[in-house]
Design a protein around this ligand. Structure first.
Ligand SMILES: Cc1ncc(COP(=O)(O)O)c(C=O)c1O
Length: 389
């Protein structure tokens, strides 16, 4: 049975989201709505398969066979209209690990790497940890939603950028880039010989009626200049099982990538992650349809509540992900005071917008992938706090 309303106690489960509140928020007394995992159980067939596999009791080295690869190609075809050859697949424990490897394998120290800010925090360290230079194409906020400044994007490419890390859909601003936007970005990258490194981990999590387009699916030429990162981890709440995959259609690039993976000791997934990947893709369609409806309802609920009860908070227009980007500028607080306001006064644990770059100043990021009752409580706490300011 699909159930997105039951509350599961996640405390004392070594949960990053729930078990390190004191360290992150200097208080145990906050409702955690931050790090990007969900408070929902993964689909029942995945739970059953993991339980069965556990009972076997032997957890030796495991293989990534054609059944797993076939489920991935089937998933990409069904959900994103993308036909891939299973030879294009490589595997890694996570998208962040893969990004580190790609930056090391395809760029040199001192090279420029382009990102669109504000953006998922590890994008910065993926570049700087390897002594590459961060170049920013700032997304443009028009008071309602975010757009791409293509002129600036081209200027930055012209300045000698080697690779562009695309976040599609975008965390934290929640944009699901349209086909036209992606084509324009990709064509510019083709013109300036820039590798597209496409993080599509949120690609399955669009609101009903909104389609995610894998950038590599736009044309064969684009596909050959793109390395795509995907995973069932956000989609089916499997982040702790550490299973992700990389799609590279260009043979030469795949060879370089696989060599990098091998040189860092990555040659398989863990037994449980491997199985969860296969089973979630095999049996997860209906569950995902329901999840997308629930997330859309939750987004609308927060938008409506803020609209009805306060003029000081605005949810930026989003088309996907379960992360809401909230414009808090009308509260008139600096970033430190804003975080304190949320943590100490409202008693909710959100991510501060500045974590995603200074362009995120005066925003907060809220995770709405929780049972409705939790969401209602979190929103109430925030509205009450605003009213007593
Ligand atoms: C855009 C983006 N990429 C990557 C990740 C993390 O991926 P992984 O856990 O596979 O390293 C996240 C998690 O929030 C994310 O939002």
């Amino acid at each position: 049975m699909i159930n997105f309303t039951d509350i599961h106690d996640r405390k004392q489960t070594r949960s990053v989201k729930w078990d390190i509140l004191q360290t992150v928020f200097q208080s145990e007394d906050v409702l955690p709505m931050w790090v990007a995992d969900m408070d929902f159980q993964t689909p029942q067939p995945v739970i059953d398969a993991l339980v069965e596999r556990s009972k076997h009791g032997i957890f030796g080295y495991t293989i990534l066979d054609n059944d797993v690869k076939g489920e991935i190609s089937g998933w990409l075809e069904r959900h994103h209209g993308w036909s891939i050859d299973t030879d294009w697949l490589s595997f890694s424990p996570g998208v962040i690990a893969s990004l580190h490897m790609v930056i090391q394998a395809f760029t040199n120290p001192g090279d420029k790497v382009l990102i669109q800010t504000p953006v998922y925090t590890p994008f910065y360290s993926v570049i700087t940890k390897h002594d590459r230079e961060v170049v920013k194409n700032k997304l443009v906020y028009n008071g309602d939603s975010y757009q791409i400044n293509f002129d600036d994007f081209e200027e930055k490419l012209k300045s000698g950028v080697k690779a562009f890390i695309l976040c599609s859909p975008h965390n934290p601003v929640g944009r699901v880039w349209s086909k036209e936007e992606l084509k324009k970005l990709a064509d510019l990258c083709m013109s300036y010989n820039v590798l597209i490194v496409s993080d599509e981990i949120h690609g399955d999590l669009t609101f009903p009626g909104i389609e995610h387009f894998p950038v590599a699916a736009l044309s064969e030429e684009i596909s050959h200049e793109t390395i795509t990162f995907m995973s069932p981890s956000k989609t089916f709440n499997l982040a702790g099982l550490q299973a992700s995959y990389i799609v590279t259609s260009d043979k030469e690039k795949r060879k370089i990538l696989n060599n990098q993976l091998e040189s860092q000791g990555h040659h398989m997934l863990n037994t449980m992650g491997n199985l969860a990947l296969e089973i979630s893709y095999k049996h997860g369609d209906e569950w995902l349809t329901e999840l997308r409806k629930v997330l859309h309802e939750h987004r609308n609920y927060v938008v409506d509540m803020f609209e009805q009860h306060t003029s000081k908070l605005k949810v930026v227009q989003t088309e996907g992900t379960y992360l809401l980007w909230i414009d808090c500028s009308k509260l008139g607080l600096d970033d430190k005071s804003l975080k304190e306001f949320m943590t100490k006064k409202a008693k909710v644990g959100l991510n501060a917008g500045v974590e995603y770059g200074k362009e995120g100043s005066q925003f907060m990021r809220m995770n709405i992938a929780c049972p409705k009752a939790t969401l209602v409580e979190g929103v109430k706490r925030i509205i009450d706090a605003v009213h007593t300011t």
